[in-house]
Design a protein around this ligand. Structure first.
Ligand code: NAP
Length: 278
């Protein structure tokens, strides 16, 4: 940090971390807003998450983004987990304030901001389906439910895991949960793929007709072009498709605003990282 003695330090922590776009995104935000920060990527040893965070704090670190596989451990070291982190059971942003480690999960908010502000699809009154019941879905439920969709359904390969979400979120959201076969005969205005099939190239067993006319099909994985889910949607006649690059940039913008007190313009940064869906 000798190049920037007065800069305030932020970082993304994960393992592996070489692929992370967060340093480029936050550096672009800092330049655009005139903030003097240095944002780096830190690869923590798999058994050394807490020690690495403590060393970063000791060196003057102000905040961190947290990515795989440390999102649950970040929750455990938080002294002040905010509601978004408590309900998700996972953390993607930390702020260090004296002895306090404040924790948030901005993934779900980033997703909703991308769908509503960037893609122009209001969730209010819509039938929304989330495929998958992992960490990304846990983070998405509350922000989506806050938009008051007509229906919020969660389908998962292991139906029990989806039913578990219904219990965990009972005080906050009404969810319809089950396996994919139970979706037969139903259609949705917004279908989100929050499974990891975009990375493994596996196909989801979605019944015919799950996409309503004019539906948005949204793949949370980003930068992989046309994933099997997006191909399925296109084959079903869906023309409004998107991947998760906007979600990535929007969650980063939420963290930046939380740390720095100012919200950057996300559109040029999304454009910079968008990979054509073809
Ligand atoms: P996770 O906790 O590991 O959950 C994975 C989910 O995928 C589970 O519901 C799992 O079902 C399902 N799944 C895996 N393989 C499957 C298959 N062959 N068929 C059907 N379902 C399958 O992962 P996560 O953290 O929720 O993340 C999900 C995806 O979202 C990741 O690929 C990640 O890259 C993406 N993501 C993107 C952003 C962004 O900013 N754009 C942010 C967060 C996450 P079972 O429970 O039955 O195993």
């Amino acid at each position: 940090m000798t190049d920037h003695p007065a800069s305030e330090r932020y970082a993304v922590i994960g393992n592996p971390i070489g692929h992370s776009k967060s340093p480029l995104i936050h550096t672009a935000f800092a330049q655009a807003t005139g903030q003097d920060i240095v944002y780096t990527a830190i690869e923590a040893p798999l058994d050394g998450f807490k020690a690495t965070v403590q060393a970063f704090i000791a060196a003057g670190g102000r905040g961190m983004n947290v990515t795989l596989p440390f999102k649950l451990q970040a929750f455990e070291i938080a002294t002040d987990p905010m509601e978004s982190a408590r309900l998700a059971g996972a953390v993607n942003a930390l702020k260090f304030e004296g002895d306090r480690i404040v924790a948030q999960n901005f993934d779900g908010l980033g997703l909703v901001n991308d769908i509503q502000h960037n893609l122009g699809v209001s969730l209010a009154g819509k039938r929304v389906l989330i495929c998958g019941a992992g960490g990304a879905t846990r983070g998405a439920i509350l922000p989506i439910a806050a938009q008051q969709p007509a229906l919020l359904a969660v389908a998962n390969r292991s139906a029990d895991k989806a039913h578990g979400l219904q219990r965990d979120f009972a005080a906050h959201a009404v969810l319809q949960t089950g396996g994919y076969a139970e979706l037969a005969g139903e259609s949705f205005d917004v279908v989100l793929n929050a499974t990891s099939t975009g990375l493994s190239q596996a196909e989801l067993p979605l019944p015919a007709g799950v996409f309503a006319p004019g539906a948005l099909a949204y793949e949370l994985v980003y930068g992989k072009g046309l994933t099997p889910f997006l191909k399925q949607a296109q084959a079903a006649g869906v023309t409004h498709i998107a991947d998760g690059v906007g979600m990535l940039v929007e969650q980063a913008a939420e963290a930046f605003a939380w740390w720095r007190g100012m919200r950057p313009d996300t559109k040029p940064v999304i454009a910079r990282f968008t990979v054509p869906l073809e």
